[in-house]
Design a protein around this ligand. Structure first.
Ligand code: MG
Length: 233
């Protein structure tokens, strides 16, 4: 019986790509750097993904990801890399100041609140995640917030989920479900911890189904899906 919903934040409840572009542009402006254009954004996103996946595999430390992605992207575009540590801090601050919901994100969370306890389960930084959860109002709506930076472990490390269990005080994995847009962090965490997974796939990308229990393309599908799971248990 599902009682608890763990929500990934970036790319799931909140629209990350919009916030990411706005925050990057704001930091470029703050550091008097010319905006290198759309191609830079595409290249940066590829590099960023690659670095976060290294973190999930424990090949890098968090700070090496946060700053390293900028070193690599800036090098590629021959931009001055001397202010990257400060640039990253500025970017985190700007990321925390923008929050836009994914389609139906807010109404779905409000509706589910009547029946389930819901938590944020996110791998971001404290500055960015706390900022955007507050800005979006999710800090008031959700029943708790778990940020990897605070816990000390990133999804998909099972110790991330252990700290959720310790906090909630209910340690039956079958009562939890995780909803997210990442196979390597969200879905893998589910597999690692024996909790059910819902993959949010709004663009209907081709995926490795082995990692996923359920797949949705619209957040409004969550309610009936969990009701169906609970009926069968
Ligand atoms: Mg995500």
């Amino acid at each position: 019986m599902i009682k608890y919903i763990l929500w990934d934040i970036d790319g799931t409840l909140l629209d990350f790509s919009l916030a990411e572009e706005k925050a990057l542009r704001a930091s470029f402006k703050e550091f008097d750097l010319p905006w290198p254009g759309q191609k830079f954004l595409e290249d940066y996103r590829k590099i960023n993904k690659e670095f976060w996946e290294k973190l999930e595999r424990k090949e890098l430390e968090k700070i090496q990801v946060l700053e390293g992605r900028f070193y690599k992207a800036f090098d590629l575009y021959k931009l001055d890399t001397s202010s990257i540590p400060a640039f990253n801090k500025s970017y985190q601050k700007h990321l925390g100041s923008v929050a836009a919901f994914s389609p139906y994100g807010l109404e779905v969370v409000l509706d589910l609140k009547k029946t389930y306890k819901q938590f944020a389960a996110t791998n971001g930084t404290i500055t960015a995640q706390k900022g955007k959860l507050k800005k979006s109002g999710l800090d008031q709506i959700l029943d708790g917030i778990f940020i990897s930076d605070q816990i000390g472990y990133e999804k998909p490390d099972p110790r991330f989920f252990q700290s959720v269990l310790d906090h909630v005080g209910d340690s039956i994995p079958e009562e939890y479900i995780i909803i997210g847009d990442s196979l390597t962090s969200d879905m893998k965490l589910g597999k690692n911890c024996g909790i059910k997974t819902i993959f949010y796939n709004p663009k209907n990308l081709k995926i490795d189904k082995d990692l996923v229990d359920f797949e949705i393309s619209d957040l409004r599908q969550v309610k009936s899906l969990i009701e169906k799971i609970n009926k069968n248990n």
